[in-house]
Ligand binder design. Structure first.
Ligand code: PMT
Length: 312
């Protein structure tokens, strides 16, 4: 087992405490949708943490709020997919993302009548809430969506592998849409102190190590027939397409969705081995609240359908 390899990672790092429960949920979900011949997508969403202590008080985190993943999950449901929404605990979720912050409170009215107090949705908010609530009820009523959560990068990787093991049976009908911002660096388990670091000990020197890239075993071993889409985020435009192409060359998967930190909500480039295609929202679309994920998902679903139909 090579040092720093993915095999070593799983040998050294323990699974999260809710791992077996999540594995059973994933297994049941994939078996059911495979039985009906449904297309199925794993959407990963939000950032991972890197704990600095085992009894964690402090951790390294990243910016991702789960906007991309939670919006995409809704559009995959609209496209008829069964969706595994694997997300960072407390990050944005499909449907409720529309009401984050104070928005939900502002939609409600209260009539205080002692024990007969009633809460109602304001008439002008019904038009906003009703279509989202209907889609939520339809997705959940049909058992078309499964939520599983992670917090640390280690939790994420354990859950990712378990999801892949369950998805493998779905062959080319499975898609992986890896939008989570996964930490590239971590502190190996044996180097993490047990208790809260004390300031009396002086400023800590923390050395981060590379997290092994999971795309390689994922594409080659875990889900070789699936349609795998990874994401690439950069802050230097000149690196964006070269790095997306380098990832495709290295891992041999189907697509990289390339985006810049500053413009990620209105511009992405879908990079495949054959081509690249920009998706750009107009200023009017941005003001109207159009989600770029609608266009991303519809194009990827089209390419996935071609992949699933291709003779093997
Ligand atoms: O959540 P939002 O605020 O809406 O932001 C969305 C987003 C910008 C996070 C999203 O669009 C995005 O770009 N996500 C990927 C961020 C990124 O650049 O990841 P990366 O370069 O660390 O990894 C590239 C790919 O390798 C990822 O698809 C990841 O699944 C994979 N990876 C990463 C680490 C690791 N150890 N193994 C992996 O296989």
């Amino acid at each position: 087992m090579a040092s720093g390899s993915w095999e070593e990672f799983f040998a050294v790092h323990l699974p999260p405490t809710d791992f077996e429960d999540n594995r059973s949920l994933l297994k049941e979900f994939c078996e059911r949708h495979d039985h009906y011949g449904n297309k199925i997508v794993l959407v990963t969403s939000g950032g991972t943490t890197v704990p600095l202590e085992h009894n964690t008080v402090r951790f390294v985190d990243n910016f991702s709020a789960g906007t991309r993943g939670s919006a995409s999950a809704e559009y995959f449901l609209e496209q008829g997919y069964a969706v595994i929404f694997m997300h960072r605990q407390k990050s944005l979720e499909p449907f409720t993302r529309h009401f984050s912050g104070q928005k939900m409170m502002d939609m409600l009215d209260i009539q205080e009548r002692g024990p007969n107090t009633t809460i109602t949705v304001k008439p002008d908010s019904v038009d906003v809430l009703a279509p989202i609530l209907l889609r939520y009820k339809a997705a959940h009523g049909a058992g078309a969506v499964l939520y599983v959560t992670f917090t640390t990068v280690s939790d994420y990787l354990w859950l990712l592998r378990a999801a892949c093991e369950c998805l493998a049976r779905c062959g080319p009908r499975a898609m992986l849409y890896l939008a989570a911002a996964v930490s590239d660096f971590h502190i190996p388990k044996d180097k993490v102190p047990t208790h809260k670091m004390q300031s009396e000990s002086g400023p800590p020197v923390i050395q981060l190590h590379l997290v092994p890239k999971m795309l390689k075993p994922l594409v080659n071993l875990w889900v070789p027939a699936a349609y795998v889409v990874s994401f690439k985020l950069e802050t230097d435009e000149s690196l964006l397409i070269p790095k997306a192409r380098a990832a495709l060359d290295k891992y041999k998967h189907k697509m990289v969705v390339a985006n810049m930190l500053q413009s990620r909500h209105h511009r992405v480039i879908l990079v495949t081995p054959e081509a690249s295609q920009e998706i750009l929202l107009t200023r009017e679309e941005v003001h109207a609240g159009v989600d770029i994920e609608s266009a991303i998902v519809s194009e990827i679903a089209r390419l996935h359908a071609e992949h699933a139909r291709a003779p093997r």
